[in-house]
Structures are given as C-alpha cells and as structure tokens.
Design a protein around this ligand. Structure first.
Ligand code: NAD
Ligand code: ZN
Length: 254
C-alpha cells in the first residue's frame, strides 16, 4: 500500500519547518531510470552476483571478468537519465530546503538532474584510475577499451567506484559525517541500508537529533528503530507527492 496523504503531509511539514535537510540515496532512486538495484533479482545482477564481481579481491584476481560486468553497468548507466525523484531533490535544493545529497550511487544522475551539492560516497563511473600509479583517465575515452583498459604505465585501470573491500574516499566520508551530524532532517531514499559503512549515516544523524524520513517500496532495518516517518512507495511517485505538498505549504506561508 502506498503512503497515506497524511503521512506525506507530516513529512512535508517536517521538511518545511526544519529546512536544513540532507538526502541519503541508494540504488532504489535510480530503478525507475532503468538501472537495476542490487537487492532483487532483476536485470544484470541475476547474471553477475555483486559480492562475487564487485569486490577489490575479485578485481585484482581477474580484472577481465570484473570488467565484463563493469562494461555492462557502464552501458546501462550511459543510457539512463534522471527521473522525477532526482529532479525533485534538485528542486528542493534550489528552494533552499535541501542542503546536500549523499549518494551511494555511482550513476551520476543527481548531477545530471542539476543537484549541486552531491557527496558521491561510493565514487562514480566517470573516471578510471590506475591500480599502480593512480593516474586518472576519463571513462569515455575510447582508447581504454575492452577487455581490460590499461594505464600508460602498463597496469590495469579500475573504475573510480568503491568496490567491496575498499575504503570510502577520505573526503566523502568526512563530508557525509559532517552532514549527518549537522542536518535537521535526513531523507533516506531507496537504500536497503545493508551496505557498511553507508548504513551508519542514518544512525549517526538520528543520534545527533535529526528527524528521519524514509522512502522505500519495502521496509528496511531502519524502518522500525530509526525512521520517524516511513513513506512506502516508489521514489518517483513518492518524491513527487512530497514535493507537491512542500510547494503547497510554501505557497501558504508566502
Ligand atoms: P540495494 O540494491 O541494496 O537496495 C535497493 C533498495 O531500493 C531496496 O531497499 C529496495 O526496496 C529499494 N527500491 C527498489 N525500487 C525502488 C523504487 N522504485 N523506489 C524506492 N525504493 C526502491 O541498494 P543500496 O542500498 O544503494 O546498496 C547497493 C550498493 O550498490 C550501493 O553502493 C549502490 O549505490 C550500488 N549500486 C548502485 C547503482 C547505481 O548507481 N544506480 C545500482 C546498483 C547498485
Ligand atoms: Zn599507471
């Protein structure tokens, strides 16, 4: 069952009343853009088990195998565009309600939607980097073609994303923690809250006093103990309803 109108209203009042909102997004926000999430058996993840393919150990052991999955992921992401949920967050930022988006996604769709303050917690697919000398290359450069792109120094290039077993980039970790501690509302959208350490962010925000609004088609480990308002539904429809309600509250206040 979809979120009730009074729940949407309560969430919109929280956002408008406190402002200083930060969003934490996961793969679920991009599902309606055509990029399958990890959890759930659809699409490319039924072919490629992420735990088998998306770890740094798997990559170092057999980069060609992992690049087969990455190549497909880059093609899927390359064909996708932002949806109204990404657009809605950009609009909330433009209106001074949302301060930042922390995203676990590597698809670049928040930037494409016009969000300015985006923390890419797990990196992005725009760049490739050398596993030996850390030289960076734009991913679109055809020179670094399949089966395995290589650096000028001869070593293998990896995508600029955080694979399982790799640390979160220092800058992104620090920014995400600062946002979690300073925000008044954390809007958690489309994450299973099972990937560590990203799943710590809602707990940290809660401890530092933020209200937690969660949007997901299913309940998650956050839903009972951490979430204050759970809005069940797809990201596109739910963010659109929330934005509409925010705009109507703002119009009444003007
Ligand atoms: P996840 O795959 O573990 O979970 C996806 C969550 O989204 C689930 O809780 C599911 O119920 C929910 N969901 C599915 N469809 C939805 C919809 N239409 N609207 C709202 N919610 C919906 O994703 P995760 O928690 O982000 O963790 C997986 C890791 O893999 C992350 O690092 C993630 O960014 C990465 N990943 C990224 C992409 C991408 O960049 N688009 C795609 C797949 C995986
Ligand atoms: Zn190199």
């Amino acid at each position: 069952m979809e979120a009730q109108s009074d729940q949407i209203r309560a969430a919109a009042e929280l956002l408008c009343g406190r402002r200083n909102v930060v969003a934490l997004t996961g793969a679920g926000i991009s599902v309606e853009s055509g990029i399958p999430a990890f959890r759930g058996s659809q699409g490319m993840w039924s072919k490629y088990d992420p735990m088998e393919y998306a770890s740094i150990e798997a990559f170092m052991a057999d980069p060609e195998k992992v690049w087969r999955m990455l190549g497909e992921m880059m093609r899927v992401v390359g064909e996708a565009g932002p949806n109204p949920a990404h657009d809605g967050l950009a609009e909330l930022e433009g209106r001074g309600i949302l301060r930042a988006v922390i995203t676990q996604n590597v698809d670049g769709l928040h930037h494409a939607a016009g969000s300015r303050n985006v923390v890419e917690y797990h990196g992005n697919l725009r760049e490739l980097l050398c596993v030996s000398c850390w030289k960076r290359y734009p991913a679109g450069d055809a020179r670094y073609a399949e089966p395995v792109p290589r650096c000028d120094c001869g070593h293998v290039l990896k995508p600029g994303i955080v694979l399982f077993g790799e640390p979160i980039p220092w800058g992104a970790q620090g920014e995400a923690e600062a946002h979690a501690k300073e925000c008044s509302v954390l809007l958690v959208i489309g994450t299973s809250a099972q990937v560590y350490p990203a799943c710590e962010i809602p707990h940290m925000a809660k401890e530092w006093g933020a209200g937690i609004v969660e949007i997901n088609t299913e309940e998650t480990p956050l839903t009972g103990p951490v979430t204050d308002i759970f809005l069940r539904g797809g990201a596109v429809e739910t963010v659109s309803r929330l934005l509409e309600e925010v705009l109507s509250i703002e119009a009444q206040q003007a």
